[in-house]
Design a protein around this ligand. Structure first.
Ligand SMILES: Nc1ncnc2c1ncn2[C@@H]1O[C@H](COP(=O)(O)OP(=O)(O)OP(=O)(O)O)[C@@H](O)[C@H]1O
Ligand SMILES: [Mg+2]
Length: 388
């Protein structure tokens, strides 16, 4: 059975199953009939995402951005969950899996919505989904995806799990088990702060702020609207923010100075939020920066956050940190299903023997890891011994 981590962010939808990873913008558009594809069309599956789910067809991600007449994206948690989550999550899962797959999913919610929305999220994606992927060469591939088990965790904790578990869900980074670690997850809309102390989730030090990268985008889009009278949709800002230059009706605007100022200001706001929230947590061993936005803000955050910052590695895409951690946690929780069975049982026996002799730090800290059937969230957080 496949285990898949799925992270539906306000900016990007990510999925990872230990083998394949996918990422596309969390944009949904109407599927129009495209009569001609040029030879230059990017043929990677996530660049031309055209799906049918529940008798409705959609373009997703950059394909929707490019080709749909009505494009929808949202920065509202309720709308994301009610209208888009299922479509984005099932498409991401379908891209990773075979035609007939029963999967176990680990996903996450922003800290502030964990309690409120866990059940809704589970109900949105539990069960069997028939999804069709339409390729640009005219072929269609139908997939039937059964989501059997779901586990929902606070989003930033995914990044911690990514550090402490290996790909088989084994505990590798033992030093973090004896530390108090803060996580700063800067996403497109939200910045999530969280504390993991000796592998326990600390509710009191965990919260969600609205200081994501989209706020910077909207300030710049607002300035550009004043200058040019053009309303720029936020998801179109990515490439201009990267290049620092935007051309509107032939006129070029250099936004790099403004971007620097706004990023500096946002980094200072994040640093102020966390020093307020973590005022009494001066005994924190280290602070992990994660989420795609942390790459953008890395230089500015480094100078403003006090503490032992674990730097953002330049060669990795920090947008995947949470989803890779979700997958690894799934492997930890649901076992070594992907290993060849002989190897898996040998590994398991070895671990059980070791465990008897010396219970691992994580077993001591985390209570019994319960399995939840899809749609029964009550036990879903039982491993999180909250301290507040
Ligand atoms: N290669 C890249 N391409 C696009 N954006 C990138 C890239 N690298 C970093 N980023 C930054 O990553 C941000 C998105 O990060 P991430 O995917 O973690 O957010 P999200 O999970 O979608 O948002 P949220 O957590 O608020 O729901 C973008 O705003 C952008 O600034
Ligand atoms: Mg995120």
């Amino acid at each position: 059975m496949d285990i898949i981590g799925i992270d539906v962010g306000f900016g990007f939808t990510k999925a990872y199953n230990g083998k394949n990873s996918v990422i596309f913008k969390s944009i949904i558009g109407d599927a129009s009939d495209i009569q001609f594809h040029s030879v230059f069309t990017n043929s990677s599956p996530s660049s031309n995402l055209h799906i049918t789910l529940d008798d409705k067809s959609y373009f997703l991600g950059s394909y929707a951005e490019l080709q749909s007449s009505i494009r929808e994206f949202t920065l509202d948690q309720d709308r994301l969950l009610q209208n888009y989550f299922k479509i984005l999550a099932v498409a991401a899962a379908g891209l990773c899996t075979d035609s007939f797959a029963t999967i176990q999913v680990v996903s996450g919610l922003p800290v502030a919505y964990l309690k409120r929305d866990t059940r809704k999220l589970m109900e949105a994606i539990a069960g069997v989904h028939q999804i069709t992927f339409h390729h640009i060469d005219g072929k269609s591939i139908k997939k039937s995806i059964k989501i059997d088990k779901i586990s929902i965790i606070p989003q930033p904790i995914g990044s911690i799990f990514n550090l402490i578990f290996d790909e088989e869900g084994r505990f590798v980074e033992k030093s973090l088990a004896t530390q108090k670690v803060g996580v700063v997850d800067v996403g497109f809309k939200t910045t999530d702060l969280s504390i993991f102390d000796h592998l326990q989730y600390i509710e009191r030090g965990s919260t969600t702020m609205d200081t994501g990268i989209s706020k910077c985008f909207s300030i710049i889009a607002g300035k550009l609207r004043q200058e040019s009278n053009i309303n720029i949709e936020l998801f179109r800002m990515f490439k201009f923010m990267e290049s620092g230059v935007i051309k509107i009706r032939g006129k070029e605007y250099n936004i790099s100075g403004l971007k620097k100022k706004i990023y500096e200001h946002t980094a200072a706001a994040i640093a102020a939020d966390l020093s307020r929230l973590w005022e009494n947590d001066w005994d924190m061993d280290s602070i992990v920066l994660t989420g795609g936005g942390s790459v953008e803000l890395a230089d500015y955050l480094a100078g403003t956050i006090e503490g032992n910052l674990i730097p953002v590695p330049k060669n990795l895409d920090a947008r995947f940190n949470n989803v890779q951690g979700y997958y690894k946690f799934g492997r930890h929780k649901w076992g070594h299903g992907r290993l060849a069975s002989g190897q898996a049982s040998a590994e398991k026996a070895k671990e059980e023997q070791k465990e008897k002799a010396e219970p691992s730090a994580e077993k001591q800290a985390m209570p019994e890891l319960n399995e939840e059937k899809a749609g029964t969230p009550s036990k879903g957080l039982s491993w999180l011994r909250r301290k507040g």
